[in-house]
Design a protein around this ligand. Structure first.
Ligand code: HGY
Ligand code: MN
Ligand code: MN
Length: 422
């Protein structure tokens, strides 16, 4: 993407309202906070709905125009009379939903900066080369409804990658909760943006890893986003009494699943078939101390920057589930939760981010993302740029997730200057 800006106040005169941003971050950090300080704001749950409503209230109070599309994505635009719908959009955003017991910044930071940027542009009477639109993508994490990147897939028109009747891990349908959020499963196709309508997508996010903190840089210029495959394996055995069923007559799916967990870890740790491999969720039924389990569901999260390695790791995972189940006389079936290919950031946007960081005096480095992001889905319809700020201790998806205020503000300033460059 080439950069070239039209006339507006000099960049050095433009600044976000840092106090306003930090205040919003703290207020949203309280929505869905649990007793241990983590956030349980899983997509389309009550707390997610509260955060979404609050975001729309903040946008309205700032004189901006908020709306919700059929996928449940929130879109915020400049008010009528100012907005230029004839221009391609500069989409800026992230997500508000969290994992279970997650952190206050993963996603929320990016959407609150997007709101701040839009408000700042309007307050300064700035005209950009593209129409700025803030976006809150629905269900990025897939923590309850295992269709991660739900909203960005719909906006990008990837409806073939979404189940017709999505359900959560317990089989509860998405239809109702989506409607409560303002979406409409029957009109999902209307959420797709026409080709050419998005000039670029920018996302600001906490790094969620240790690289920037260890290197002493304040800004990460993301070059690539990892590919990710999420498989759902169901292992079925024979439930029974833990005290009376002889060991040689058992078909214990939980014991089989435990062997699968270690074998999945080995795919990356020992065999190096992919960069990382994780079983993060195990659902045991009936999950009773003195009952041999009837069936077990496990999630298999595989990641790598190379699609061929990812495909090889997926086949190896399928093979090990089948062989361990067969050894134990259990049945097993594996389905795909999601597959998202690796994505490369746009070189022009990377350069604009790096120039903005340098102009603002922030040390920066180019780096890949081991986490998945909506940007990799949007990359199929528009060039993307992604900015990281350091994560304290390199941790995320935990209550301890944190970033220094100065870094939070620096990231927002770099994003603003990047948008002004386009
Ligand atoms: O799982 C991920 O990489 C991201 O946090 N959704
Ligand atoms: Mn996350
Ligand atoms: Mn995220």
């Amino acid at each position: 993407m080439t950069t070239g800006s039209i006339a507006h106040p000099p960049r050095e005169k433009m600044a976000i309202d840092g106090a306003r941003l930090l205040d919003r971050i703290e207020r949203f950090a309280a929505i869905g906070r649990n007793a241990t300080g983590g956030l349980d704001r899983v997509a389309f749950g009550d707390d997610d709905l509260r955060a979404r409503a609050e975001f729309l209230r903040e946008a309205a109070a700032a004189g901006l125009a908020g709306s919700v599309d059929a996928a449940g994505n929130i879109l915020v635009r400049r008010p009528p009379g100012l907005a230029r719908p004839d221009l391609p959009a500069l989409l800026v955003g992230s997500h508000l939903d969290t994992v279970v017991n997650g952190g206050r910044l993963d996603g929320a930071y990016g959407v609150l900066v997007a709101l701040e940027i839009l408000q700042t542009v309007v307050e300064h009477g700035v005209e950009l080369s593209y129409e700025p639109v803030a976006v809150v993508f629905a269900n990025e994490e897939g923590a309850r409804f295992p269709q991660p990147f739900w909203g960005s897939r719909a906006l990008a028109g990837h409806l073939d990658e979404l189940p017709a009747e999505p359900c959560d891990h317990d089989g509860a349908p998405l239809r109702g909760p989506l409607a409560r959020a303002g979406g409409d499963l029957d009109r999902l196709a209307t959420a797709a943006w026409p080709p050419g309508s998005v000039a670029a997508y920018l996302e600001l996010h906490v790094e969620q890893g240790p690289v920037l903190e260890a290197g002493g840089e304040r800004i990460g210029v993301v070059s690539d986003i990892t590919g990710r495959t999420l498989l759902i394996a169901v292992v079925r055995g024979g439930a029974g009494h833990a005290g009376t069923t002889p060991m040689d007559l058992r078909c214990d799916p939980l014991a089989a699943a435990c062997r699968m967990v270690l074998a999945i870890e080995s795919l990356s740790r020992e065999q190096r078939l992919c960069r990382v491999s994780t079983v993060g969720r195990l659902d045991v039924r009936p999950n009773s101390p003195n009952t041999i389990a009837r069936d077990v569901t496990l999630t298999i999260d595989l990641r790598d920057g190379d699609p061929a390695r990812l495909a090889g790791a997926e086949q190896a995972a399928r093979d090990l589930v089948a062989s361990i189940a067969a050894e134990r006389g259990a049945e097993a079936e594996v389905s795909v939760g999601t597959r998202s290919g690796p994505a490369h950031a746009d070189a022009g946007l990377m350069a604009a981010i790096a120039e903005s960081a340098a102009e603002l005096g922030h040390a920066h480095r180019t780096m890949p993302s081991g986490a998945g992001h909506d940007a990799q889905i949007i990359s199929s319809i528009a060039p993307f740029g992604m900015i990281f700020v350091p994560s304290v201790g390199g941790v995320s998806h935990v209550p301890e997730e944190d970033t220094a205020d100065a870094d939070l503000i620096a990231g927002a300033e770099v994003l603003l200057h990047t948008a002004l460059r386009l």
